[in-house]
Write a protein that binds this ligand. Sequence first.
Ligand SMILES: *[C@@H]1O[C@H](CO)[C@@H](O)[C@H](O)[C@H]1NC(C)=O
Length: 188
Amino acid sequence: MATTKSNPLIMLTIAIFITHSTTTTTTKANSNNLHQEKQSHLHFYLHDIVSSPNPTAIRVAAANTTNKSPTTFGAVAILDDPLTEGPDAHSRLIGRAQGSYMFASKEEVGLLMVVNLVFFESGGGGGGGGSVTVVGRNAVKEGVREMAVVGGSGAYRFARGYVLVSTYSLDAITGDTVDEFDVYVEHR
Ligand SMILES: *[C@@H]1O[C@H](CO)[C@@H](O)[C@H](O)[C@H]1NC(C)=O
């Protein structure tokens, strides 16, 4: 990238590309240097294990009509799902998805998700980790679902952005699912 240092009128843009195995962070300083906005792309896999003996997502509540609903409408689950670098459950653990999902649609299997994605180390620069808070609709049978990043902590303070989720694999017998996540987030 070409940077003009001699002319202060030209916006100085510093782009630092730190390639981590799962994250890419770009730093942009604007001309008055009030803020340093960073953009990160995080890519990983979420393992939603509903089967025994060690489920990571458990149903905690339901309506008395839920069992008759083809879309499980009214059920609520709490999750603490591992996030891994690759689709294999034994690949490197990079964080956890902690929160809940509610079956909030009568017409299809549509979840309302309220989840903190907690990362053990920060995206690229090292030092401290952080989390992003995701709220959104996850219609699990659709190809790519989009949810909002509404905030963050640590390395992801002031986070805003979006998440794209697609199903990587679904075990028809156990119901266990692996989802592929791409998180695009701006933060400081
Ligand atoms: C569900 O609960 C409501 C409120 O208590 C009750 O009126 C209704 O009959 C119940 N329905 C079933 C299918 O049990």
